[in-house]
Design a protein around this ligand. Structure first.
Ligand code: CA
Length: 241
C-alpha cells in the first residue's frame, strides 16, 4: 500500500523550493514546504509525510540533524528521505546508516531526475507489503555467516541481526538470487532502483559500499567486478575495495 500524506520539501532557497514544489504538483502529487529544519520537523509531527526531500545546507538546524530527528520519532521513522546535496564528498556519510537517508540527488539536478527518484523511492517502499502476501513462502537464504529471512525482511550475520534499509535489502537479495553471476550496475539500477540503465551508476556504488559496511564479516561474499559491476559469491572473496 502506498504511504499517505504529502511530500515535504525542505529547502531554504526560494527558487529551488518553488521549482521542486511546482514540478511535484504538476505530477499530481500533494506537497508541503518548509524553509528551515525546525519548521520541517513541526510539519512532519502534525502531518506525517509520504516522503521528505531534504536539503543539507539549511540555516540553523542542518539537514543531517533533521534526518536524525525524523528517524528518532515513531511517526516519521519509516518515512523515505531523499537528500539534496551540493557537496559530493559528504554523500557517503549522509546516505550512510548513521543518518539514514534513502537516496540523494546532487545539485544542480534536473526536475525530471528528482521526480524519477521520488517515484522510485515510493515504489520501493511498497516492496515489503508485497513480499508479505498471504500464502507466500517465507524462505530463508543461508550463505556462510549470512542468513537472510526473505519473508520477515531480516538479515543476520553470525547470528546478530543487522539493520538494512529497504533498498539495501533488495540489493542484497537481488545479488544472492543471482549468486555466481556478474550483475552490471545498469542491471542493478533497473532491477533494484527501477531507474533507467546507464544513469546514476554512482548510486549503485554508494549503496553497495554502505551494504558492505553493514555486512561486516559477510561483506566478502560480494565481489567487485572491475568495470562491470558486482557478483555474489558463495565463497568469501578478497575484498579489493
Ligand atoms: Ca540550502
Amino acid at each position: 500500500m502506498e504511504r499517505k500524506g504529502p511530500i515535504l520539501v525542505v529547502e531554504d532557497e526560494d527558487d529551488i523550493r518553488n521549482l521542486i514544489v511546482h514540478q511535484l504538483q504538476r505530477e499530481g502529487l500533494t506537497t508541503r514546504a518548509a524553509s528551515t529544519g525546525l519548521e520541517a520537523l513541526e510539519i512532519a509531527r502534525h502531518t506525517p509525510p509520504a516522503l521528505v526531500i531534504l536539503d543539507l545546507m539549511l540555516p540553523g538546524l542542518p539537514g543531517t540533524e533533521v534526518c536524525r530527528r525524523l528517524r528518532a520519532e515513531p511517526e516519521t521513522r519509516d518515512v523515505p528521505i531523499i537528500i539534496l546535496s551540493a557537496r559530493g564528498e559528504e554523500i557517503d556519510r549522509v546516505v550512510g546508516f548513521e543518518v539514514g537517508a534513502d537516496d540523494y540527488v546532487t545539485k544542480p539536478f534536473s526536475p525530471r531526475e528528482l521526480v524519477l527518484r521520488v517515484r522510485a523511492v515510493m515504489r520501493r517502499g511498497k516492496a515489503p507489503a508485497a513480499a508479505a502476501e498471504p500464502g507466500a513462502p517465507s524462505g530463508s537464504l543461508e550463505v556462510g555467516a549470512l542468513v537472510v529471512d526473505e519473508g520477515a525482511h531480516r538479515v543476520f550475520v553470525k547470528g546478530e541481526e543487522i539493520s538494512l534499509t529497504a533498498t539495501e535489502f533488495k540489493l542484497l537479495l537481488t545479488l544472492m538470487r543471482r549468486s555466481g553471476r556478474v550483475q552490471s550496475r545498469s542491471q542493478l539500477l533497473q532491477d533494484v532502483w527501477d531507474l533507467p540503465p546507464d544513469m546514476y551508476t554512482r548510486t549503485v556504488d554508494t549503496h553497495m559500499k554502505r551494504l558492505r559496511e553493514k555486512l561486516g564479516d559477510a561483506a566478502g561474499h560480494i565481489e567487485t567486478v572491475r568495470g562491470v559491476g558486482y557478483r555474489f559469491s558463495r565463497e568469501l572473496v578478497a575484498d579489493e575495495g
